[in-house]
Unconditional design. Structure first.
Length: 108
């Protein structure tokens, strides 16, 4: 047989996530209606871990949980938060009970 596996034979380790360049657009999971209702487009929420390994939540500056942050690769975001990076979630849109946010790094 001929062909190629298409892979490379580097060190076999995934590169460290570049935390400062993480930018994720999602709808908050399990949005809390009474909190979402009070949010405005452009408002900024804090992104935090509710334990060493999650869950990850988006909160108002008053500390109220707006919803859960579910991303395709939570380990990367959790690792960055545990390394001391701060993340914010800017409200992009609200449709019914849904809330779309853009998550970005605000530095250490």
């Amino acid at each position: 047989m001929s062909g190629s596996s298409g892979g490379s034979f580097g060190g076999g380790f995934a590169p460290e996530p570049n935390c400062e360049k993480l930018n994720i657009k999602i709808n908050l999971a399990s949005p809390v209606p009474e909190v979402i209702d009070d949010l405005t487009t452009g408002e900024v929420l804090t992104v935090s871990l509710d334990g060493p390994a999650g869950p990850i939540t988006a909160r108002t500056y008053d500390g109220d949980v707006a919803g859960a942050v579910l991303v395709s690769d939570p380990a990367k975001l959790i690792s960055c938060i545990n390394e001391g990076y701060n993340f914010l979630a800017k409200v992009l849109a609200k449709t019914g009970g849904d809330c779309q946010v853009a998550i970005y790094c605000a530095g250490k």
